[in-house]
Ligand binder design. Structure first.
Ligand SMILES: Cc1cc2nc3c(=O)[nH]c(=O)nc-3n(C[C@H](O)[C@H](O)[C@H](O)COP(=O)(O)OP(=O)(O)OC[C@H]3O[C@@H](n4cnc5c(N)ncnc54)[C@H](O)[C@@H]3O)c2cc1C
Length: 409
């Protein structure tokens, strides 16, 4: 039987899980395509911006990872512009990559509402590695510029505004508040006139999540001095001011926007059913309509649980859906029945600044504080450690190939 060629577009949480499942079967040739040569661990971005870790701790090398699986896996750095579904080909910058099966895992981006003038131009984000690095750099630059201009005392307040009370907004607000507090306590920062405002559209942060997590997150944010402004929508932004609900004006020195996501731009080229976040509608096997050989998983797709409830765009849903779609591709290759998606939220973990996290796992484990932080850290590090270990095999393979080339094999 001729080997089938599977193309995975996007090496994030969903794409990497799909790669692992497909590669360990040895049943197909796999081409992993990503616009970057790394898998960016977005769930650990808050550590990067708070200087708790370096860039290498939040990235996994996709070249080494692909190499580790042997000759049937190839990585290609390319940006896919369009999918030619008729001819089964993913069009990149210079060439088209043919496939028998296609897995779309290109994730999502921040939803800068076009109805909010100035939002994109005047705010920062952490959704991509370059944006997180620029965020870190620019925040420190602005803060030190202020201290420099005022002789280190910051007599005028330095206001940081974070728009969005979901997981990323809450984690960033808590981590920044903690970071500033530690800096100040260490007596390396005399500028203690820094205020963090978290602007949320609903009554509470983490809308829709378990009451336990909402309560713990709210308590911790208040304890860290974060001012939560609820029932508020940002309606316009200028260089150092923003308007709330078309009325109140808030002055800021630094602004971050995390208020919601929209599916990756790749979906805009597709004439397929989508929801209002431009996520692709998939069937119970995670395939897109009319193209049975194309699967869409992770943030790019609207994924529902077995009761039909829409699931939030999270890394764990991306991982589960990536694994299931890969298994269904293998089932098709082997002529077996595919499995219906039974994707569910196993739990939620919220980092709340420093060594503090609130977690709820498996419906009955609820922990917060240092213990929560340890459990969250163990789970995150476990994910990274296993991928790093796999990458080491890829690096060994590369070294061996180079040695053989030098010996003239
Ligand atoms: C600050 C922050 C904190 C978060 N915290 C949590 C958390 O604690 N728990 C949790 O479960 N989730 C969390 N999330 C959400 C989680 O990170 C996402 O849901 C997850 O990354 C989605 O995985 P994905 O594989 O669908 O997409 P991604 O991980 O975004 O991967 C998409 C990949 O596709 C590539 N790509 C995109 N377009 C193209 C193209 N046209 N051609 C080629 N390649 C392309 C990208 O480079 C990227 O590598 C957080 C997100 C943020 C921003």
């Amino acid at each position: 039987m001729e080997r089938q060629r599977v193309v995975i577009v996007g090496g994030g949480y969903a794409g990497v899980k799909a790669l692992q499942t497909l590669a360990s079967s040895g049943l197909c040739d796999i081409l992993l395509i990503d616009q970057h040569p790394y898998h960016y661990l977005q769930t650990e971005a808050y550590e990067l911006i708070a200087n708790e870790c370096s860039m290498t701790r939040v990235t996994i090398d996709l070249v080494a990872l692909s190499l580790s699986y042997g000759e049937h896996v190839t990585f290609l750095k390319d940006t896919i512009r369009e999918i030619d579904f008729e001819n089964r080909c993913a069009s990149g910058q210079n060439s088209c990559h043919p496939y028998d099966y296609l897995l779309l895992c290109t994730g999502s981006r921040t939803a800068y509402e076009s109805a909010t003038p100035g939002l994109r131009e005047h705010s920062h984000g952490v959704k991509t590695l370059p944006s997180a690095l620029s965020f870190k750099h620019q925040f420190e630059q602005r803060l030190y510029a202020r201290m420099e201009s005022e002789g280190g005392w910051c007599s005028e307040p330095f206001n940081v505004v974070i728009g969005g009370g979901g997981l990323s907004g809450v984690e960033i607000a808590a981590e920044m508040a903690h970071y500033i507090r530690v800096f100040h306590q260490d007596n390396t920062l005399t500028c203690d006139n820094i205020h963090i405002f978290l602007i949320i559209p609903h009554e509470n942060v983490l809308e829709g999540m378990e009451p336990y997590l909402i309560e713990k997150a709210t308590q911790r944010l208040i304890q860290l001095g974060v001012k939560i402004i609820n029932h508020s929508r940002i309606t316009s932004v200028e260089e150092h001011t923003l308007r709330l609900n078309d009325a109140d004006i808030v002055c800021f020195d630094f602004m971050i926007f995390t208020g919601g996501i929209i599916a990756s731009t790749l979906t805009s080229t597709m004439n397929l059913p989508k929801n209002k976040k431009s996520q692709l509608i998939v069937d119970e096997y995670l395939r897109i309509p009319m193209h049975e050989e194309v699967f869409a998983v992770g943030d790019i797709a609207e994924i529902r649980d077995s009761d039909g409830k829409m699931l939030p765009p999270t890394a764990q849903i991306a991982e589960q859906s990536g694994t299931l779609a890969a298994k269904n591709i293998l089932a098709l290759i082997e002529g077996h029945q595919m499995s219906r998606a039974k994707i569910k939220i196993e739990g939620m973990m919220v980092a709340l600044g420093g060594k503090y996290a609130a977690i709820s796992l498996l419906g009955w484990i609820r922990v917060s504080g240092l213990l929560g932080y340890w459990i969250k850290t163990a789970i995150m590090r476990g994910y990274r450690y296993l991928l790093h270990r796999q990458c080491t095999k890829g690096m060994d393979r590369l070294s061996e190939t180079k040695r053989q080339c030098r010996r003239g094999f």
